[in-house]
Design a protein around this ligand. Sequence first.
Ligand SMILES: Cc1cc2nc3c(=O)[nH]c(=O)nc-3n(C[C@H](O)[C@H](O)[C@H](O)COP(=O)(O)OP(=O)(O)OC[C@H]3O[C@@H](n4cnc5c(N)ncnc54)[C@H](O)[C@@H]3O)c2cc1C
Length: 426
Amino acid sequence: MSEQVAATRAGDPELGRGADVGAEARAWLAENWDPDAELHDWRDRLVESGWGCPTWPADRFGRGLSAEQAREVQRAFDEVGAVGVAKGTGTALAAPTLLAMGSEEIQRRFLPDIITGRAAWCQLFSEPGTGSDLAGLTTRADRDGDEWVVNGQKLWTTGAHKADLAMLVARTDWDAPKHRGLTYFVIAMDQPGIEVRGLRQMNGYSSFNEVFLTDARVPADNVVGEIGEGWRVALTTLAHERGLGRRPPPPNRSSGRTADQAAAEAEAYNQTYVWYPQRAGRPDLAVPRAVETGAAADARIRQQVADLHALNRVSQLTVKRAEAARRSGRAPGPEGSVAKLAGSEIARRSNRVHTAITGAAGMLTGPDSPHDGLIAEILVSTPAASIAGGTDQIQRNIVGERALGLPREPSVDKDLPFREVRTNRS
Ligand SMILES: Cc1cc2nc3c(=O)[nH]c(=O)nc-3n(C[C@H](O)[C@H](O)[C@H](O)COP(=O)(O)OP(=O)(O)OC[C@H]3O[C@@H](n4cnc5c(N)ncnc54)[C@H](O)[C@@H]3O)c2cc1C
């Protein structure tokens, strides 16, 4: 083993910051990448070395590298087909939240299993009476010795049926104003106090759930941030969610046991999100469908297809801008809301274009229907695009207030003790 690699393994934070990070990564991979390793064992090496999450701090399972250096590392991984860290709600939402707001102890306890994929996560935020007005939530957490006891109901929880851990926001102080009485916890899903009931959607899939919490328990040291500061922590998670555009992880093209296990893991994860391309409207299908059906001969449809194509292209560039900002370490800004709004508009326009091209047959499902029922699936999936991760109206409020500096939306209950706020549960 070269001295350089030995030092890298030993976690020398200076290494990996040098000019030739790619060479260091290649040297490390030459010593360590084993295509037949057990997936979690391989990812344990990524945790120890920091090469799996190179932009994370060097003392928190990363190497403190810049976004540009991380791309060089990724190229080195791609060259040998080395499998990367687990993809999912844990890496996309929980990890950035814990890194930004969690204590060192919390980060050390939860980040490794996010990287390896040993723990799957979900997001227990929305409730039956609380979606846009998230700060009005009424799930309560009451202190009991070294634990908190949680009671309430969450709704729309994507992937709760597969999750080991959840990001939970609950009310811990009913006398504080609504934004100041919340606390953010990491809660274990597999416990007697948590019941997950699947919901069936109008497109036939079942990706989200109702979650009932009845005397569910959370250890006191699972609080992320300070008690009563849960709103600030939740905003961090939401900001990361907006810029996301939730895409399935790309397939790894290498062969061997590690890649096979990673592919099986990705397939299981993607089952929850299999309809997400349809939810986005499938604008990519507009041109081929217009051509194959002959609808392209109609100038009005051609115009609609061209409009959709242009908007989609511009939006892809905005998403890239949001991703580049994130990769360079900038906190997500309003570009996430702009990208999300554009995504909703594309889904809506795609819906209209597919309807114009396909006509009434777009309502059919089954083997004889257009694209084996895919058009019908698009038509009943697109409404989710303008709701999930914050509705269009809420995104417009964010852009208006935070990017354009417009006056804040009037609020009648912001300063009242939450106990005195009228809710649909009071
Ligand atoms: C596919 C999908 C996946 C989801 N996954 C999760 C998940 O994993 N975890 C989770 O916690 N939640 C999840 N959600 C829930 C989602 O965050 C909420 O549905 C969303 O925030 C809207 O809340 P709501 O449904 O209560 O609607 P409401 O807040 O009741 O809104 C109803 C209507 O009123 C409008 N409105 C509300 N307030 C205002 C305002 N101030 N100004 C203008 N208009 C307003 C809204 O825009 C909307 O049109 C998911 C939702 C979907 C569709």
